[in-house]
Design a protein around this ligand. Structure first.
Ligand SMILES: [Zn+2]
Length: 294
């Protein structure tokens, strides 16, 4: 009985001490820092407001925030959803819909080695998927009408040819620089048949009338400049104003109107996840909804 009373007294004193301590904190106006666990829960709660938040990536979002503490929450989700927290080429995912108009091919998503589109047609000297051929011809004709010379230099490329190009570049400038401007076999958007290059496909194309014209007008024909200076953190490639990718006029117009700077970002927000208009959550599109034809 005495022992029980003693325990009660000890507990009582303990509670009183804690109360006094807490009181002291209130009086000095100092905030008691939340525990790490609570802080993580607060961050996750904030992230989970976005419709493209993925529960199973929770730990990775938190780890990314440790590396980039000032990054906006939605940016953290977009980048982790794109696996930008993993090693390119090493932790990459096989593409399951290589024939799709909105297929994502980049350093984290690779095509089957043997994949070749079945519906290629010629535009000038290059080959492209049939759906994109008409729009490409219109784009080139419109440029010439505006007094801008556009010359197509490359369309579809199979994995074997891509390997030759990539290896040649590695031999001349090394892996690090080659990876910034050439895709490894299986990782090239050219293999999808939706991408074309204009000539000269190198730095000489920068700041030319052709480069400016494409930047201004490509979306009108359903194409996007795939690798820009602004989106290089997403694409992991240098600015390639000569490389355009067909995504269809609806998506190209939508990306233009909503200032979505990379196909990667569009992919996370509208293909990997589809916004629900009813939910009215952050990250909603400014205008109408576009769904991908996966
Ligand atoms: Zn290209």
């Amino acid at each position: 009985m005495i022992l029980v009373a003693l325990v009660v007294v000890i507990i009582g004193v303990g509670i009183l001490s804690l109360t006094l301590l807490a009181h002291a904190d209130v009086e000095t106006g100092e905030e008691i820092p939340p525990s790490a666990n609570t802080s993580e829960q607060v961050k996750l709660k904030q992230l989970s407001d976005y419709y493209f938040f993925e529960e199973e990536r929770s730990q990775r979002y938190l780890e990314y925030l440790v590396v980039y503490p000032n990054m906006a929450p939605e940016e953290v989700i977009v980048q982790v959803n794109l696996d930008l927290d993993t090693i390119p080429y090493t932790d990459s995912t096989p593409v399951t819909n290589p024939e799709s108009l909105l297929v994502l091919t980049n350093k984290h998503n690779y095509l089957p080695r043997s994949y070749e589109p079945a519906d290629l047609v010629s535009v000038g000297d290059i080959l492209i998927r049939s759906e994109a051929a008409g729009p490409l011809q219109q784009l080139v004709a419109a440029a010439w009408d505006d007094g801008v010379s556009l010359y197509l230099s490359s369309g579809v490329r199979d994995a074997a040819y891509q390997e030759v190009l990539y290896n040649n570049l590695v031999n001349s400038i090394g892996v690090k620089w080659a990876d910034l401007q050439s895709a490894r076999p299986g990782y090239s958007e050219h293999q999808t048949g939706w991408a074309v290059d204009f000539s000269p496909s190198n730095y000489q194309f920068y700041e030319t009338p052709a480069a400016y014209w494409i930047e201004e007008n490509a979306y009108k024909y359903g194409f996007i400049v795939r690798y820009t200076e602004e989106n290089d953190k997403m694409t992991l490639y240098i600015h390639e104003p000569w490389h355009i990718r067909y995504v269809g006029s609806e998506v190209a117009q939508f990306m233009h109107d909503n200032e979505i700077g990379s196909f990667e970002e569009y992919w996370v927000r509208y293909i990997q996840h589809t916004p629900s208009v009813q939910r009215g959550l952050p990250g909603m599109p400014v205008t109408g909804m576009v769904t991908g034809s996966q």
